[in-house]
Ligand binder design. Sequence first.
Ligand code: SF4
Ligand code: SF4
Length: 314
Amino acid sequence: MVTAADIRQRAKALGFDACGIAPASEHPELRFYPEWLARGYAGSMAYLSRTADTRADVRHLLPSAKTVIVTATLYNTERPYSTECADPDRGHIARYSWGDDYHTVLGQRLASLVSWMRERSDEPFEALAYVDTGPVQERVYAQHAGIGWIGKNTCVISPELGSWIFLAEIICSLALDLDAPAFDQCGTCTLCLEACPTKALVAPGVLDSNRCISYLTIEHRGEIPEALRAGIGSHVYGCDICQEVCPWNAVAPTTDDPAWQPRPAWDNRRLVDLLQMPDDDLQVALKGSAMKRAKIAGLRRNMQVASQNVQERT
Ligand code: SF4
Ligand code: SF4
C-alpha cells in the first residue's frame, strides 16, 4: 500500500522540496481560462487554445484520475539577483533557466517517484507525469494541493519556499488523502503590478502574454514589435521582475542542488560578451538547458534588442 505520507516522504528523498495532493476535479479557478484565451492574452501560443478543452479538467487526460500529486522544487540559488538587475550592462536571464533543463531533471525524478509508487502499491493504478509541458493548468492544482497560492503576478507562491519553484505533477488514479488548499496571502500588496515594465499584468493575476517580456523573449517568433522593445531593457531570456519585487521572495530559501546552479556561459555576463559568443559556443551552452527553447536565432534577436536599449540609455 502507498499512502500520501509515503509519497511525500519519497518525493523529498528524490529532491523535491514540497509535495501535496489535490483532487482531480473541476476547480472553479479553471473556468477563467476560456475567457483569458478569448481576450487574446495567449499571444501566438496556439497550443494553449488547441488544448483548452483538455485543460478544463485533468480527467480529460486520464479519465480514471482521482488525484493530482503536485511537486515543487526550489531553484533559487545563492545569487544577488537584484544586484544583477541593477546593472543594465549585464544580459538578464530568468533565474529558472540558469542551470540544467528542468524538464529533463524533474522528468527523471517524477519517473522515479512513479516507479517507486508502483513497487509499493498493492493495487494497479494509472499515472501520467508532466513537467510544465502537458496540457494541465498546474498552478491551479498546486494551489489545491496546498503548495501555495496563485499570486497577483500569476506565479504560485509557497509561504515556505517563495515563488522560485518548478512545478511538476503526477495525475493518478489512486484515491489518496488530500491536502488542504493554500489560501491567498497577497493581501493589499500590488508591488508586482506596479513593477512590471511593460504593464503585462493587466489586473491582479491576469497576464497579457503579448506584453510580457518572458513571452516576447522566449515564445514569440520573428521580430519583436517596435513599441515593446524599450520595455525589454536588458532582458535576453525571460524576466523575473514581478518575482524579484515580491516580498515573499525576500526571505526565500536557496538551494545547493547542482542542477540549478548557473552555467558559466550565462552567469552575470556582460551583454557585449554575450553578443560576441560564436554560434558554436552558444550551441554548447544551450545543450541540456531550458534556454534552447528560444533557439540561437531568438537569443541573438533578444541580445540585439537589449544592446540597442542599453545604447539608447547611455
Ligand atoms: S515576467 Fe516581467 S514582463 Fe512578464 S509580467 Fe512579470 S514583470 Fe511583467
Ligand atoms: S508582489 Fe505582492 S501582490 Fe505581487 S505576488 Fe507578491 S505578494 Fe502578491
